[in-house]
Ligand binder design. Structure first.
Ligand SMILES: Cc1cc2nc3c(=O)[nH]c(=O)nc-3n(C[C@H](O)[C@H](O)[C@H](O)COP(=O)(O)O)c2cc1C
Length: 333
């Protein structure tokens, strides 16, 4: 065990060495990214809400061919978690849920000895998740990239949740990109952190190269919390990089579906030649071609502090080494 927290209850529960979790960045995180993070000592995982059973089997087999370390799968419960039983039968050791707190599914995971994390966006959610049997809570602030459950800044939300004294490990998510921020949250009582956008900009992520470069060159104020890219998942707020699609739509008064500028335009093509329409919620992945910049480029508000595209292992170890150097609380302000 290295660094700040020699005895960390999150690390103990999850059987990991470093309390940094790579967020379930949807289809951007495949088995390469998840296994690289887990092998490096953190917790890697995959968002598998939209993955069919065969692909899930292939992905889990691929992780298992590389490592026996723990990993997780995530389901966003705005959609039915149709492959949960497949994941559990394959021995997936950790499951996280977001956008819902399903007591029945938590019990089902526990039957298979899987640990369960619930991502919440408010303190009521944290209380319900504890009562439903969650093993750890992921607190998502409104700074987060991707679809955002929270309407509250992480600083305020975390304060509210600490006051509940839940007695469960707490993982902080939203806008985190540096070791200093990690040291700050841990010194203030968090058990771990979850980073999404930082790992989208990893060598092993499936993000399109142009998307990675946009993350690298953006500043924190380039993100927006919006409901612009609603194709595929309507009525859910998401944080993205500002781009031509978003700016033009806002300039037209955030027109409703059916009246939006450029609606129906095919702006890109997937690796399997499927059209990708303007306003779709699909993030740019490797193998896609077209107007990548105009697509839905999810990013958290900490994007401006990403300084290089690195391997997942280098990202994890650099962050943790930096965090450990800042153990003196006066350095953490
Ligand atoms: C590209 C991308 C895709 C995401 N997909 C999911 C997902 O499938 N399920 C989920 O629970 N959260 C998803 N999230 C949100 C993360 O769980 C997490 O809250 C967020 O990444 C943390 O903020 P950060 O990106 O600023 O680090 C996604 C985030 C990003 C950036």
């Amino acid at each position: 065990m290295r660094g700040i927290s020699a005895v960390n209850r999150l690390c103990k529960i999850l059987n990991i060495e470093i309390p940094i979790v790579q967020a379930p960045v949807g289809s951007i995180a495949g088995s390469e990214l998840a296994s690289a993070v887990s092998i490096a000592g953190g917790l890697g995982g995959m968002g598998v809400t939209w993955t069919n059973s065969d692909d899930l089997r292939t992905k889990i087999a691929s992780i298992r061919s590389k490592t026996d370390y723990p990993f997780y799968v995530n389901y966003a419960l705005a959609f039915p978690p149709v492959t949960l039983d497949v994941a559990l039968e394959l021995g997936c050791p950790i499951v996280t849920f977001s956008w819902g707190i399903p007591e029945k599914l938590i019990k089902r995971c526990h039957l298979y000895y899987a640990k369960v994390g619930i991502q919440v966006g408010n303190s009521t959610g944290a209380l319900i998740a504890k009562d439903a049997g969650a093993d750890f809570i992921i607190v998502q602030g409104m700074e987060a990239g991707g679809h955002v459950q929270s309407t509250t800044p992480i600083e305020i939300l975390l304060h509210q949740i600490f006051q509940l004294e839940l007695g469960l490990p707490i993982v902080v998510a939203g806008g985190i990109s540096t070791g200093k921020e990690i040291a700050n949250w841990i010194s203030r009582g968090a058990d771990g952190v979850m980073l999404g956008t930082r790992f989208v900009a990893a060598n092993e992520s499936l993000a399109h190269e142009e998307y990675k470069q946009l993350l690298l060159t953006s500043v924190d104020s380039d993100t927006a919390l919006t409901h612009c890219f609603d194709g595929g998942w309507p009525h859910a707020m998401h944080r993205v990089l500002r781009n031509a699609t978003l700016n033009t739509w806002e300039a037209k008064g955030c027109a409703p579906p059916g009246c939006r500028p450029g609606e129906g335009d095919v702006i890109a093509i997937s690796a399997t030649n499927e059209p990708i329409f303007r306003y779709e919620d699909t993030a740019p992945r490797t193998g896609m071609s077209g107007e990548i910049e105009a697509m839905c480029c999810y990013a958290g508000s900490g994007v401006g502090k990403i300084e290089a595209i690195l391997s997942a292992s280098d990202i994890l170890h650099d962050l943790w080494d930096d965090a450990c150097k800042l153990r003196n609380p006066s350095d953490l302000v």
